[in-house]
Design a protein around this ligand. Sequence first.
Ligand code: GDP
Length: 327
Amino acid sequence: MQTDSLGDRILNGERRALARAITLVESNRADHRAQAAELLAQLAGAGRQSLRIGLSGTPGVGKSTFIESFGMMLTGQGLRVAVLAVDPSSARSGGSILGDKTRMERLSRDPNAFIRPSPSQTHLGGVARRTREAIALCEAAGFDVVLIETVGVGQSETVVSEMSDLFLLLLAPAGGDELQGVKRGIMEMADVILINKADGDLKATATRTCADYSGALRLLRKRPQDPEEFPKAMTVSAVEEQGLAQAWDEMQTLTQWRRDNGHWGANRAAQARFWFDQEVRHALLARLDTPHARALMDQLGTEVGTGQTSPTAAAERMLAELTGGTR
Ligand code: GDP
């Protein structure tokens, strides 16, 4: 009953209902999980889709400044923008990269924006599911754009890129030597690399850095499904709000191309299959994490160690136990 009305309020785009629903999907309580599942099933029927934009960059590169300026530009065009964060290494400042209330102050007051701090103290596996479910809730609430922010800590970029339609990498102006510092894998994920802080004294360096990355991008593996000029590097200034409209144009061009050529839907379908596979794996691994399973692992481990049972036979017994003997 309660989730029904919550669902309706989300479909009406009510931000408070959306916030409550995200709290529900973030909860580990079994009754909350059940309610969340029911709610998500109800909302999936609405068939609404946002443009999901992943955004990564190391601390200090200007992510929150960029999201605020870029988000304000989009809401200024009448679009509704949601911001979510994925932060698996949330030890800093008590947990949440968006927890500081002074971040994105203007955007957080905008009635067409919704900003959700990342839940603290979570594992990457749990973060992935919660973020996917939070995205689904934002989509149902009618947000046109969902920005998913992550700090550059390696694995989290992969998680975010697997749930995004577009992936942005934000970089700071730097000398040529520092180009090496960006891992190839992260560069390969990016659809658009934005060199931020292209203003004042940093402008010339930013332009040079952009040229360096444009060169580096040309050397990367081609993506046959995208137009020739992608992935591309551009300069922006989040503070001076320069280059943001051009960046948005490029994102729209790429999105439209992918839609027109069937790649957009194919990508979402592949992502859904990927997450299904991940969920099954996680669920199976979770079954190993019970007192009974751990005790059995210990016991079988001892038997294997003494040669009493073969590793294969022990594994089969373990699996039979985990899957209720149906294997
Ligand atoms: P985050 O840690 O990636 O979220 O970075 P912040 O958005 O908090 O920005 C870090 C610092 O860089 C702050 O002092 C910002 O004022 C500054 N900054 C962000 N964007 C720009 C920009 O476009 N130009 C300049 N000059 N500074 C910027």
